[in-house]
Design a protein around this ligand. Structure first.
Ligand code: NDP
Length: 234
């Protein structure tokens, strides 16, 4: 059965790999993009998730094209790394605004249709950093940890309506976000990963697709690490 899937930040990196995984499985996939060009081969809507009006407009367009969203993957996210004493209010609040409040916005809007349909799948992209912490990333880690409490609350609130809400916590993935790190930082990270390498975006996408599949119908409120063992035990 072809479902209506929406992936935020689906124009590159992990989001694009997730969009491809659903499209390859035969689903109708829409992606949001904030800047640049829309990705080829996908139904795309421009949307900055920090703007409530753009979120509403994006949903209207997606619903017209492919019906109410049945699977939402909240993937859009940013980093703005800085040590605590140098971290400005703006560094902190802008990351929270995108990663946590932005996710709240897109999830809330999707839940409207899912509650009506009495079915739905929500997957949030957190990070191993939200569970382990990371020096220089207090803003990012707080936002990603916040997603866990958010998802688990929704698992309780929406479960009786056959809506699952789960979190995927990737470790280090080879994308633009991690390409911004220095070679020295990358080497140090890889040295801490039991599998001794970065993940490919496709390796994150396959877990997301599983959580949205019929096989995962009884999984909700889970935090699935896809981190090569980096966060083991958390
Ligand atoms: P990228 O930086 O490659 O892509 C980020 C995506 O999010 C882009 O599509 C970007 O749009 C979009 N985005 C950012 N801000 C907004 C906004 N305000 N509104 C709408 N879209 C926005 O990151 P990755 O693919 O690496 O990361 C994807 C997700 O996975 C993020 O949530 C990230 O935190 C998480 N993650 C990544 C890890 C990694 O190692 N790469 C590890 C763990 C988690 P645009 O192209 O317009 O900038």
């Amino acid at each position: 059965m072809s479902r209506s899937v929406l992936v935020t930040g689906g124009n590159r990196g992990i989001g694009l790999a997730i969009a491809r995984a659903f499209a390859d499985a035969g689903d109708k996939v829409a992606v949001t993009y904030r800047s640049g060009e829309p990705p080829e081969g996908f139904s795309a809507v421009k949307c900055d998730i920090t703007d409530p009006e753009q979120v509403e407009q994006a949903y209207k367009e997606v619903e017209e094209r492919q019906g109410p969203v049945q699977v939402l993957v909240a993937n859009a996210g940013v980093t703005r790394d800085q040590l605590l004493l140098r971290m400005s209010e703006e560094d902190f609040t802008s990351v929270l605004e995108t990663n946590l409040t932005g996710t709240f916005r897109v999830v809330k809007r999707a839940a409207k249709g899912m509650l009506r349909a009495r079915a739905g799948r929500i997957v949030l992209i957190s990070s191993v950093v939200g569970l382990l912490g990371s020096a220089g990333q207090a803003n990012y880690a707080a936002s990603k940890a916040g997603l866990v409490g958010f998802a688990r609350s929704l698992a309780r609130e929406l479960g009786s309506r056959n809506i699952t809400c789960n979190v995927v916590a990737p470790g280090f993935v080879d994308t633009d976000m991690t390409r911004a790190l220095s070679d020295e930082q990358r080497e140090k990270i890889v040295g801490q990963v039991p599998l001794g390498r970065y993940a490919s975006p496709e390796e994150i996408a396959s877990s997301v697709r599983f959580l949205a599949s019929e096989e995962a119908a009884y999984i909700t409120g889970a935090v699935i690490p896809v981190d090569g063992g980096l966060g083991m035990g958390h």
